[in-house]
Design a binder for this molecule. Structure first.
Ligand code: FAD
Length: 650
């Protein structure tokens, strides 16, 4: 039996992005001793990269805005597949979460009369995104970090120990959620630098690990996005919801190859940037779908007037939801009207004076100057779709963020499913992670507190589980050939090769436009990769060994990729971030259907599963009917476009 250090907490938060930090602050403020654990340095999470802003209906720039309008926009963006109660809570609570950030020291850009400025973004009826230039995520994380440090200082005054009630374990990875019976009992972790194993014991675990983008070749996501939280939840017995919905952001860099996929923020279009093809046409006017026809400008002149006079004109189609714009760009390139490097042109240079561009879009200016030698104040950018965000995620209870079926497990932020339906609106992620990060922290603390007292035995971490988790983590060091039970005698596999093959397969076969035969091929490829991944081998020691980290992350990427491919094959319609060439229309009958992925082997032991036949079971579930007072926020003619026949009847 291995000797593994154990530390006891009330709540463990996995992930120190916006969702994790907001959850940790709430849990600590509710009296729970809280540990936060993250793969990267504290303050370096993916949230830092967020550019455009936080969506919240504060009505600072247009007083017509309110939570009901935000709710409507969110449901339209998600094509009515959103977990509606989450969308309601999100729209209602986002303004308070932004105000709260100000009280904790955030400094947002201002309107001329001193209020928090709000900018336009795709799919939002009014200017709604509170922002700090195009570096909003940095300010958000800086503020939450500062709040954590201030709480630690309070604790020091009382206990003499900064970390007595709130501790951050940075550069550490969780590889397993531990359970006693059905209940969560803690997390198995290792330090990335030393490779040392340790266990954080806690009855509540909040998963806030972000997305899955690193399973795709072209992505805006950072190295941390290997779907760990999705996989940890699956392995702990919780289902994932609607994993077929992956957002391809319309504007990633396409050139040079080393930076392909890096995001070009939607603020460029929100602030007046336009998309043109190689013939100089503003092609988005040709791609306004019927469901949005009445809401978008029908001519360039009207679209341009909207920036100055939004009350009397309709918005330009460059600001359609992301799925629409991404598909349009894809079609233009396919039709031979693309830019020299396989994208289209995004131009602000002819739309704003150079000093305004540099002031409003400072990061974009530097990004293009330094990475592509393009001066965006003088020439157009070349852009194309990039894998950006996963709408699918851990199935949670809307009010409490509790993961389904596993007491003590909670999820918030990008890793949680439901909130965004089939497509997320820009800006709705930062607000989502604040609203549901807070809720997850609150309910995780309450759940942990409820276990103390007379009835309250806390679940224990079992030694056998610790040893199994340690053996699983060490397996890449002993991958010398065939694994028992697998008929294969080839030499160990290189984790980097496996990762590249996985990314290529997902990009080519389960990417922005999907076809049945290709997804079947993807599943075959994934089966092959799963078998080979069991022999992923690394050399050297546990210290400073990135190959080992990748070998461990592969398990997670393969699991979530299988979920994406299986669910995408099953859903025979096109909706939001899921486009089927063979089923191009949105089918109202599918609005009532959620797809849940569960691990085939309910014990969570991968060893028992058959890698060839897959590890995921897919279950169809009927969506909960939308509450009538929320439906009443929409015109009947609009509902007819989305709701299933029987729902309309009801
Ligand atoms: P993250 O911020 O990614 O945090 C995840 C955390 O989990 C990290 O600390 C990571 O280290 C940790 N972690 C992961 N796996 C493990 C593990 N196994 N063990 C321990 N720790 C682990 N959204 C908006 O609303 N507005 C925007 O303007 C915007 N701009 C964006 C720009 C870019 C370039 C990108 C890529 C995204 C943007 N988004 C935006 C999306 C948004 O940034 C993300 O969806 C959001 O930040 C996710 O936050 P999170 O807290 O869920 O996860």
């Amino acid at each position: 039996m291995s000797v593994v250090d154990r530390q006891e907490w009330d709540v463990v938060v996995v992930g120190a992005g916006g969702a994790g930090l907001r959850a940790a602050i709430e849990a600590r403020e509710r009296g729970a001793r809280t540990a936060v654990i993250c793969k990267s340095l504290f303050g370096k999470a993916h949230t830092v990269m967020a550019e455009g802003g936080i969506a919240a209906a504060m009505g600072n720039v247009n007083s017509g805005d309110n939570w009901q309008v935000h709710f409507r926009d969110t449901l339209r963006g998600g094509k009515f597949l959103n977990q509606w109660r989450m969308a309601e809570l999100h729209a209602q609570e986002a303004p308070d979460r932004v105000w709260e950030l100000e009280t904790w020291g955030a400094l947002f850009d201002r309107t001329s009369d001193g209020r928090i400025s709000q900018r336009n973004f795709g799919g939002h009826e009014y200017p709604r995104l509170a922002h700090v230039g195009d570096r909003t995520g940095l300010e958000l994380i800086r503020t939450l970090q500062q709040k954590i440090v201030s709480l630690q200082q309070e604790d020091f005054k009382e206990t003499g120990d900064y970390e007595s009630r709130l501790k951050v374990y940075q550069e550490c990875t969780v590889t397993r959620i531990m359970k006693e019976g059905s209940r969560v009992s803690g997390a198995f972790c290792y330090e990335r630098e030393s490779g040392r194993f340790f266990v954080l014991e806690a009855p509540s675990v909040v998963v806030s690990t972000g997305g899955i983008g690193k399973s795709f070749k072209v992505t805006s996501n950072s190295w941390e996005y290997t779907g760990d939280g999705h996989a940890l939840a699956l392995l702990a017995g919780a289902p994932l919801l609607n994993m077929e919905f992956v957002q391809f952001h319309p504007t990633g860099m396409v050139w040079p190859p080393s930076v392909k996929g890096i995001l070009v923020t939607e603020s460029v279009r929100g602030d007046g940037g336009v998309l043109r093809n190689s013939e100089g046409e503003r092609f988005m006017f040709d791609y306004i779908p019927d469901v949005f026809k009445e809401k978008y400008a029908q001519s360039e002149e009207e679209g341009d007037r909207w920036y100055e006079d939004p009350d009397h004109n309709r918005r330009p189609p460059e600001l359609l939801p992301r799925d629409e714009v991404a598909r349009a760009i894809n079609s233009e390139v396919k039709a031979g009207r693309g830019s020299p490097h396989g994208g289209v042109f995004l131009d602000v240079s002819t739309r704003m004076p150079a000093d305004v561009i540099r002031r409003r879009l400072p990061s974009m200016y530097h990004q293009f100057k330094e990475l592509a030698d393009v001066d965006i104040t003088a020439e157009a950018m070349e852009v194309g779709p990039t894998c950006h965000y996963v709408m699918g995620g851990i199935a949670v209870e809307s009010d409490t963020a509790a993961a389904r079926g596993v007491p003590g497990l909670f999820a918030a932020g990008e890793v949680a499913g439901g909130m965004h339906g089939s497509n997320r609106l820009g800006g709705n992620s930062l607000s989502d992670l604040l609203v549901f990060g807070r809720r997850a922290g609150l309910h995780a603390a309450r759940y942990a507190a409820g276990l103390t007292g007379l009835t309250g035995e806390r679940p224990l971490v079992d030694d056998v589980q610790v040893d199994t988790a340690a053996a699983e983590a060490l397996r890449p060091f002993s991958a010398e050939g065939p694994v028992a039970g697998v008929e294969d005698s080839r030499p160990p596999e290189n984790p980097y090769t496996l990762h590249q093959e996985l990314q290529q397969a997902m990009n080519d076969l389960v990417g922005i436009i999907r076809r049945e035969a290709e997804m079947e091929t993807a599943l075959e490829k994934l089966a092959d990769l799963r078998v080979r991944a069991r022999r992923a081998g690394v050399e050297g020691h546990r210290q400073f060994n990135p190959g080992w980290h990748l070998a461990l992350d592969l398990r997670n990427m393969l699991l979530v990729s299988e979920c994406v491919a299986r669910a995408a094959l099953e859903r025979t319609e096109s909706r939001g971030g899921h486009t089927r060439e063979d089923h191009p229309a949105m089918d109202r009958a599918w609005r009532r259907i959620n797809l849940l992925c569960q691990l085939t082997d309910p014990t969570g032991g991968l060893a028992a599963t058959d890698p060839v036949h897959g590890q995921i079971d897919l279950v169809r579930e009927t969506t909960e009917p939308i509450r009538p007072d929320l439906l009443a926020l929409f015109e009947k003619e609009e509902l007819v476009k989305y709701l299933a026949e029987e729902e309309l009847y009801e």
